[in-house]
Design a protein around this ligand. Structure first.
Ligand SMILES: C[S@@+](CC[C@H](N)C(=O)[O-])C[C@H]1O[C@@H](n2cnc3c(N)ncnc32)[C@H](O)[C@@H]1O
Length: 237
């Protein structure tokens, strides 16, 4: 169960994601680049984890609501953002269930960084993100790159959607993490069937500073796919 995974990862995950090259020099910059100018915008950050993206969005002038299924992550996000003058608030919520506490058309932007691959079925989650997004609003999301998952995890059938059990080292300890691997065509079809327009698909490069911080990771992220990014539009009625 993903919630327990992240509850267990806890503070060690928060420390890891604050500075890890793939989060700080690759994922969050790519999400922010696709988000554009967020000043004055109402942003829903789903799968907010320990709040590092939410903190950056709030620092850029957005008003952020962060949700996550892990109550441990929500507590850490609240602690991280307690100096943001109420511009970032958090709540425990599962994307696999209706987000009844959020009104229709109440956000200009949804950010979903590295969360959707934990869900088997995306229909309800995408319908809820569309419902709470104003017409013309955008979703910016990242998922594991399907080519990377297929290649690195040495799977035999690219076209199959399957639950993967992987081992991560976080805080010096091996941790078991489960997520879904699926082909690109599945993801594209799910986004279109939910009624979104796919505005951009991006395979980003790490920030240039990454080369000094960690030359090996810089080379890897500059030459092999890691995560995949979409910018979606909720079409005006
Ligand atoms: C890899 S982290 C996301 C990183 C984060 N967006 C950031 O910027 O640091 C994945 C997060 O998604 C959350 N998550 C997984 N499944 C979820 C679900 N069904 N509903 C809400 N959150 C979920 C996990 O608890 C975890 O905090």
């Amino acid at each position: 169960m993903v919630t327990e995974q992240y509850d267990d990862l806890g503070a060690e995950y928060a420390e890891h994601t604050a500075s890890s090259v793939i989060n700080a020099y690759y994922d969050r910059p790519a999400i922010l680049a696709l988000a554009g100018d967020v000043a004055g915008k109402r942003v829903l950050d789903v799968g907010c984890a320990a709040g590092h993206l939410a903190a950056q969005l709030a620092g850029l002038g957005a008003t952020v609501t962060g949700i996550d299924s892990s109550s441990v992550m929500v507590r850490m996000a609240e602690e991280l953002c307690n100096d943001r003058d109420g511009r970032a608030t958090f709540r425990r919520a599962d994307l696999a269930e209706p987000l009844d506490f959020l009104p229709d058309d109440s956000f200009d932007l949804v950010t979903a960084s590295l969360v959707l691959h934990y869900l088997k079925d995306w229909d309800l989650a995408l319908a809820e993100l569309r419902r709470v997004l104003r017409p013309g609003g955008a979703v910016v999301l990242s998922v594991h790159h399907p080519g990377e998952d297929w290649h690195w995890l040495d799977r035999t059938d690219y076209f199959r959607t399957e639950l993967i059990t992987d081992e991560w080292t976080v805080g010096g300890r091996p941790r078991t993490v489960r997520f879904y691997r699926r082909p690109l065509s599945w993801t594209f079809a799910a986004l279109r069937e939910a009624g979104f327009e796919v505005d951009q698909l991006v395979e980003p490069m790490p920030l240039p500073e990454c080369e000094t911080v960690d030359p090996q990771w810089f080379k890897r992220l500059s030459t092999t796919p890691r995560f995949l990014y979409f910018r979606l539009i909720n079409p005006p009625a």
